[in-house]
Each structure stands twice: as structure tokens, then as C-alpha cells.
Design a protein around this ligand. Structure first.
Ligand code: ZN
Length: 284
């Protein structure tokens, strides 16, 4: 069922650059489908167990300050020391290069820390990008820049292409899930969190009084380039309403409809896919 939806939306979102009308039509269509799916969902913490948001937050709860690992900000974004401004690099310098055949080849290495099953979950996640975009993850041979997937402390990634090998941490305990693999690789491709969008205040309200002390920076806004796409509560990059809550009260409230479901994506949304296709100009 989900594969069917993904391919259906691929056709809708990739082969042509949809006009504003196209986006509206597609959004409506999606919301009808989502109504079916969402009828079984609630906004309770318990029901969010398999969303990217909850899995990442859980896995990163005890993220240590190991000196041999990068500084992690915004929940799961690694930053080089001195590189504190999260990145409008997304549309320019940190994109992965496009090959003459129109595909974007991203070399990867997967650590031998993983079991065969874990490795297949990770590889399966990487392959989903090829199903709906022009991004092709492939095993590195001798390329300079590559994603270096390892089980370090928690789930995190740099945003966009860095020089040489860039660590994407997918801890064996909690990060090896399709949604998390897609989420972290979306960071590596250059994408930020949905709730960090420059226009997020029109779509969500951040309830700072409920945020765990010290975690406020996870809710900072970034000067994102939104590629003409609307805010998407169903993005795999959207954190849940209880993210980093100190008191089980919401930290992210959708507006104007406070009851809208947010941050429960278990895989990339059609809008996530559209953004990849737009950023990397996948459509000829
Ligand atoms: Zn993230």
C-alpha cells in the first residue's frame, strides 16, 4: 500500500514541476488518503512510537558529549565547531553534484558494526530515494566525498555535503528504522527540520514554557529555502508535538488547527520527495 502511494506521488511530483494548482490538487488528494490512515492515529505520545521524530528523540535522549564525536544541535544535526549558522547552503555549496545523465550519485560506506538485518534496513532506506527521485546512493569506491554511516551515539547527520567522509550516525539501538534512515539522509542531502522553516510561525506555535531546559535551540528557526513548497505536517522532517517536552505538554502546536496530526511520518512524504526533486532538479 505504501509503495503504491509512493510511486503514485512520484508520478505526480517528479515528472513535471507541478504548478500551484497542481500542488493544491495533490495536497487535497493526499489529505483524503491521509484521512483513512489518520483515522487510526491520535496525537498521544504512545501512538507516535514509530515516527521518525519520536525514534530520534528517544535515541538521542542520552546523547553524550563525547569529544570524538561532532557537536549535535537541533536534536540530531551535527555541526562543525565554528559552523553554528545552520545552513542556507542547502541550495548551493553543499549540494551533491549532478551527473551528466541527470542523476545525483551519493557514495556511502556502511560500518561493519551492523548485523545483516540492520544493514539491509539501512540499504533499503537508501534505495527508497532511487524509487522516487534522481538521487542514487551507491557503495563508495574511491570518491572523495561520501556519507559514512556508523553506529555512534544516537542518530544525527550534518546538513548537506561536507568535504571527505561525513558521519551519519545511526545507532544500532534506536536509529535503524526506515523513517530515521530517510530523515538523516535528508539532512545529508541538505534539508533542515520542517519546524525550523523560516515561515514556520504561520503553521506551528512553539510553546517554550514546555521545552526541557537546555533544549530550546532545537526550536530555532533557520533561513531555509523552501523551494516553493508548502509547510508539511506530514514531513518525515517534522518533529512531534511533544518533542523535547519537560512536562508531557506540547512543545509544537499546529495552528490554526491545534488538533492537526504532526510529526508522525513513518516515511518520506510526497512533499519531502518533491523537495528533493526540486533541489536537485531531478525533472528534466
Ligand atoms: Zn533531524
Amino acid at each position: 500500500m505504501m509503495n503504491y502511494l509512493r510511486f503514485k506521488h512520484f508520478n505526480l511530483f517528479c515528472c513535471i514541476f507541478p504548478s500551484a494548482v497542481g500542488i493544491q490538487k495533490a495536497s487535497l488528494e493526499r489529505s483524503e488518503e491521509d484521512m483513512e490512515i489518520d483515522s487510526t492515529r491520535t496525537n498521544s505520545i504512545e501512538e507516535e512510537d514509530f515516527s521518525a521524530s519520536t525514534l530520534i528523540e528517544k535515541a538521542n535522549r542520552n546523547l553524550g558529549k563525547r569529544l570524538d564525536e561532532p557537536l549535535v544541535m537541533f536534536g540530531d544535526i551535527a555541526v562543525n565547531t565554528g559552523f553554528m549558522n545552520a545552513d542556507p547552503c542547502t541550495a548551493h555549496t553543499c549540494k551533491w553534484p549532478k551527473s551528466s545523465n541527470g542523476n545525483v550519485y551519493v557514495p556511502y560506506v556502511i560500518s561493519n558494526q551492523y548485523s545483516p538485518r540492520e544493514r539491509s534496513v539501512i540499504e533499503g532506506g537508501l534505495q527508497t530515494f532511487a524509487a522516487s527521485t534522481c538521487v542514487r546512493f551507491f557503495p563508495r569506491t574511491n570518491q572523495r566525498d561520501f556519507v559514512d554511516i556508523q553506529s555512534l551515539s544516537g542518530c544525527y547527520s550534518y546538513v548537506g555535503r561536507q568535504k571527505n567522509g561525513q558521519v551519519v550516525s545511526l545507532n544500532r539501538n534506536g536509529c535503524v528504522h526506515l523513517s530515521v534512515v530517510q530523515h538523516e539522509l535528508l539532512h545529508a542531502l541538505g534539508f533542515n527540520h520542517e519546524h525550523s522553516r523560516i515561515d514556520r510561525d504561520s503553521h506551528v506555535q512553539i510553546l517554550t514554557q514546555n521545552i526541557l531546559p537546555g533544549m530550546e535551540s532545537n526550536f530555532d528557526k533557520v533561513d531555509t529555502i523552501n523551494l516553493g513548497t508548502p509547510y508539511d505536517y506530514n514531513s518525515v522532517m517534522q518533529y512531534s508535538r511533544f518533542a523535547f517536552s519537560k512536562n508531557n505538554q506540547p512543545t509544537i502546536l499546529p495552528i490554526p488547527d491545534n488538533n492537526a496530526v504532526i510529526g508522525q511520518a513513518t516515511q518520506m512524504s510526497p512533499m519531502d520527495i518533491l523537495r528533493i526533486n526540486r533541489l536537485y532538479k531531478c525533472c528534466k
